[in-house]
Design a protein around this ligand. Structure first.
Ligand code: AMP
Ligand code: MN
Ligand code: MN
Ligand code: MN
Length: 291
């Protein structure tokens, strides 16, 4: 079992626990090294770092950046061991977040056209940070209204391509995300590679290869092998990609809150044989050859 958890969310993005509560929860789950990786926002890091210090957990500053790649693929890049004071990163994310409120209004219009009114205000009641509204907040509103039984069911019938509540959105480029992370001294990690889609289909093998090659060429050095949202097969595939591209392996629950996550925090399964852990990048930087 791994006592590292390098991917989770607080109320600063779409989690349900405050940064301090999240750290306390991680400690109760036996996590020894934690990274908070809120979507497109660094504001939870000081509170989480202080809470981690108080309970004796090693804390790694993190972020999960939303990226648009090719025509219609949304990709998530996790930055680990970043410097949150690095101006291009902090300012770039601030600019990137701006589009979320307008997007949310368009999502609400799409839901209204499908007969579900009041979605913007309804979703806003779940928002913990006025700068960050996302699909998860709408998902909570839809569950509350009885339109789906849980969050996972929402994402089958709403908020995904071709369904009510989905709108196209242009996120930042792969080059910007990896560049800012790298520039801040951090390690760029391709999040949950098993989850990417084009249209409503999983990304094919060729596109996955092109994505990973582009990511590596830009300075990406890691890939999530163990993810709370991966099946055992997706974990094995990611380990193979890690070997093929020389990526370091990362692990994280992608926890969003008790009762609504893919997986609870901590107690993550070990990496498959042959994986080099991403923490080599900050524990023994000289051992990291590419990037
Ligand atoms: P956004 O960045 O606003 O597009 O929201 C993306 C977030 O929606 C992800 O980070 C997840 O928290 C959530 N999400 C997307 N797909 C699913 C799914 N199938 N099940 C549960 N949550 C999902
Ligand atoms: Mn999320
Ligand atoms: Mn993600
Ligand atoms: Mn995540």
């Amino acid at each position: 079992m791994l006592d590292y958890d390098l991917h989770c969310h607080s109320t600063v993005s779409d989690g349900t626990l405050s940064p301090a509560d999240l750290v306390a929860y991680a400690a109760s789950r036996g996590v020894k090294v934690l990274s908070l990786t809120d979507h497109d926002d660094l504001d939870g890091l000081p509170e989480a770092r202080a809470a981690a210090q108080a309970v004796g957990i090693q804390f790694i500053d993190g972020v999960e950046i939303s990226v648009s790649w090719r025509e219609d693929v949304t990709v998530h890049i996790v930055g680990l061991n970043i410097n949150p004071e690095f101006v291009p990163l902090a300012q770039g994310l601030r600019d990137a977040r701006q589009g979320r409120v307008a997007r949310a209004h368009r999502m609400a219009e799409s839901l209204a056209a499908a007969g579900i009114g009041g979605a913007f205000e309804g979703a806003m009641r779940y928002v913990g940070n006025p700068e960050f509204i996302g699909r998860t907040h709408f998902a909570r509103f839809l569950v509350e209204g009885g339109h789906a039984k849980d969050i996972a069911s929402v994402f089958k019938r709403f908020l995904v391509k071709g369904k009510p509540g989905y709108v196209e959105h242009e996120w930042i480029t792969l080059s910007e995300a990896v560049g800012w992370i790298f520039g801040s001294g951090g390690v760029a990690v391709l999040a949950h590679p098993g989850r990417y889609t084009s249209g409503r289909k999983p990304l094919g093998r060729q596109s996955m290869h092109a994505l990973m090659q582009a990511f590596a060429d830009l300075g990406g050095v890691g890939i999530e092998v163990v993810s709370g949202s991966h099946t055992p097969q997706q974990c094995a595939d990611a380990a193979r990609y890690a070997q093929e591209f020389g990526f370091l392996a990362s692990c994280g629950s992608d926890f969003h809150g008790p009762g609504e996550s893919y997986r609870d925090m901590g107690h993550l399964p070990d990496f498959p044989a042959g994986c080099r852990p991403v923490w080599e990048a900050w524990d023994a930087p000289a051992a990291v050859v590419n990037g």
